[in-house]
Ligand binder design. Structure first.
Ligand code: CNA
Length: 453
């Protein structure tokens, strides 16, 4: 689960490795002597048998990290076991500063979690499910489907995805207009703070203005209408699932439905900054702007009268000080409430996944490269015995779904529906569209004085 982890792109191999960001063990010079090593091996061999380790690993994959650790450390009957014994049983030698046999569990916990997460990420394909017929049968019988969707379900609506050959990253690279070491910087919060104009130069391309939900969005609605949708975890920020009428959708990466000031955190309806987005301008916070104007006016009159430059508890000093206060010399910059790389996901993601993993009976992944963590980890954080269907234009190498249906997602879901004798609902009427576009799903709190849409 996200565990407060910031949004980040999986780097090559990361899925299967404890990377240095996750665990900075200051382990330089962690050479292990032959004697120590032999003692650890002996301790491991006296701990769990191979069969017991296999059972523990299977339990981990079914229960998930949190439940597994709870049951392991505090079992209903009998005394708990130590994390040291578990780690050694899994063949993992703790780093030197955690290696003493007297190291308490509490100190080993973070390291153990990383080791277990790594194990969880290795899902083995279920041999029973392979064909299109299997997919049809799974869909027919499933009652609690999680749909994990990505930008690929909106490309047919005219919204480019990130990583396709004609996606946003390729466009940005081709334009060569911005000095970016990686097109991903376009969605990096640090970069945004420094150069918001870059994001706003292309934001209108993905802004949900005149788009009509695709057959895929409506297919998710169909699953919901048939009482089969447990939840749609969407990485998309275009709110088209909501426009299609899907109720049980979690917009994991936020959406354009609201926007907030980076400085004062005031939140406003997304439509407040629509004009600037369409004109490719950087929207500024009107409150911060007014405050700054007032502060400047005060400062001017104060210095004319020889008074100290103090207003409202703030000290208005030299240019540099003021620049820091405003975050780069600008009054508060407004940012749509979409999650950028480097920002943490809403805790709702963890909460929902923790709850849903107990009920889910089928995972359908559509139109995503599964390159953005932590959402990509939905695949491995639900019990590994739950079947997974992957529908996408291009294959992925780093996950192991059971059934891969490669091609245009709209065509595939239409085909599956035909086979099932289901009909995908038509696009919403124009009036429904006006009501629904940009409506934030669930409850959204606005700053005082600002009403909901
Ligand atoms: P991605 O990494 O760009 O992957 C999209 C995937 O969809 C690729 O693997 C494509 O092969 C596949 N694809 C493209 N067109 C189709 C199609 N017609 N049928 C089937 N598959 C197709 O995007 P992800 O969603 O994996 O990455 C997550 C990012 C993308 C999230 O943070 C989003 O906010 C972000 N994003 C969202 C939108 C949107 O809201 N519509 C648009 C662009 C980017």
């Amino acid at each position: 689960m996200s565990d407060g982890t910031a949004l980040h792109e999986l780097s090559a191999g990361e899925t299967y490795q404890i990377d240095s960001d996750e665990y900075d063990s200051d382990d330089q010079g962690d050479n292990i002597g032959e004697k120590d090593y032999d003692e650890l091996v002996a301790e491991a061999e006296n701990g769990f048998t191979d069969e017991e380790v296999a059972v523990l690993t299977a339990e981990l994959r079914e229960k998930g990290l949190v439940n597994f650790l709870r049951d392991y450390l505090v079992p209903v009957s009998g005394p708990g076991q130590t994390l040291r014994k578990l780690l050694l049983g899994l063949g993992v030698i703790p780093p030197v500063h955690l290696r003493s046999s007297t190291t308490p569990d509490i100190q080993l916990l973070s390291f153990t979690k990383i080791v277990l997460s790594r194990l969880l990420r290795r899902r083995t394909k279920l041999p029973a499910y392979n064909s299109v017929d299997d997919a049809v049968s799974l869909l027919r019988h499933a009652k609690n489907i999680i749909v994990l969707s990505g930008a690929g379900i909106s490309t047919s609506c005219g919204i480019p995805d990130f990583r396709s050959a004609n996606g946003l990253y390729a466009q940005i690279q081709e334009d060569g207009e911005y000095d970016l070491s990686d097109p991903q910087e376009m969605f990096d919060i640090r970069y945004f703070r420094e150069q918001p104009e870059v994001f706003y130069s292309f934001a209108k391309q993905i802004y949900p203005s005149n788009f009509v939900p695709s057959p895929c969005h409506r297919w998710i609605k169909l699953l919901e209408d048939r009482g089969k949708l447990l939840r749609n975890y969407t990485q998309n920020i275009d709110t088209l699932e909501t426009l299609a009428g899907v109720q049980n959708v979690l917009q994991c990466h936020g959406s354009f439905a609201t926007a907030s000031c980076l400085r004062c955190r005031r939140r406003v309806p997304g439509t407040d900054i629509e004009g600037e987005i369409m004109r490719q301008e950087v929207p500024k916070c009107s409150v911060c702007r007014a405050e700054r104007e007032a502060a400047r006016a005060y400062e001017k009159s104060a210095s004319a009268k020889g008074k100290p430059k103090v207003k409202g508890g703030m000290i208005w000093g030299d240019e540099e000080e003021e620049e820091n206060e405003w975050g780069g010399g600008e009054p508060g910059i407004m940012k749509p409430d979409i999650t950028f790389f480097g920002q943490a996901l809403d805790s709702k993601f963890d909460e929902c996944l923790f709850k849903d993993r107990e009920k889910v009976d089928l995972l359908v992944i559509i139109g995503t490269s599964l390159k953005v963590a932590p959402v990509s980890e939905v695949c491995t954080h639900i019990p590994h015995s739950i079947p997974q269907i992957f529908i996408n234009l291009t294959p992925v190498a780093h996950v192991q779904p059971d059934i891969c249906l490669l091609g245009d997602a709209d065509t595939i879901v239409t085909y599956l529906s035909d086979r099932l004798g289901w009909s995908i609902p038509p696009p919403p009427s124009a009036s429904a569209k006006n009501q629904l576009t940009m409506t934030p799903p669930g409850e959204v709190e606005f700053a005082s004085g600002v009403g909901p849409l």
